[in-house]
Design a binder for this molecule. Structure first.
Ligand code: GRF
Length: 196
């Protein structure tokens, strides 16, 4: 499948926690939007706030347990296919997907990461930023490949690192940019302007 589709795209979001990026995607692509609609939310965590946010917005929300990667991916794949999903958005999804799953969704799976990739991949990016003493950080939306935060970058935004910053103040500065960036990046991919 290649973008643009020539019709409205069906999005799924995979989230493990709070779901603020999910909320920004739902808000950016409401049911009447001509570009895309969030049709499915999957979480590996039963009580995730992301599931509640989806339900509140009238979006199908499913907890898929993670006893092991294969079992999760098989169930998730069935749900994604049944919902005829075109693009998968990872948003605070705290698991690493297998190369096989990612290959199946090649060019159709995105992630948001709170750093200027390829810098500060993986866990605790804000801690890495402070430890290195760099003067800028930000957020990136990227295509997902089988590595950790290694796929091609679709779009980025940067913020300054200020004296006295902590992981919390940096996260609070970067998060609103993620919320603006993710829908923008989804539009870039759906329009075919950025391809893997
Ligand atoms: C975001 O900072 C995202 O970039 C990172 O985890 C956080 C998830 O936040 N991967 P939320 O669940 O979208 O509120």
């Amino acid at each position: 499948m290649k973008f643009p589709l020539g019709r409205k795209a069906r999005l799924a979001v995979l989230a493990s926690g709070r779901g603020s990026n999910l909320a920004s995607l739902i808000e950016a692509f409401p049911p009447g939007d001509p570009t895309a609609e969030v049709v499915l939310v999957i979480s590996d965590k039963p009580g995730a706030a992301a599931l509640r946010r989806a339900e509140d917005a009238g979006v199908r929300a499913v907890h898929v347990p993670w006893p092991d990667r294969l079992s999760f991916e098989q169930q998730a794949q069935t749900l994604l296919e049944d919902a005829r999903v075109d693009l998968v958005c990872l948003a605070g999804f705290m698991r690493l997907l297998s190369a096989r799953f990612v290959d199946d969704w090649e060019g159709r799976i995105l992630n948001v990461h709170p750093s200027l990739l390829p810098l500060h991949k993986g866990l605790n990016p804000h801690r890495q930023v402070l430890a290195e003493g760099v003067s800028q950080t930000g957020c990136s939306v990227h295509f997902v490949d089988s590595g950790m935060d290694t796929g091609k970058v679709v779009a980025q935004r940067s913020v300054p690192v200020l004296p006295g910053d902590t992981e919390e103040t940096l996260a609070a500065r970067v998060l609103p940019l993620e919320h603006a960036l993710y829908p923008e990046a989804v539009r870039l991919v759906l329009s075919g302007e950025v391809a893997p």
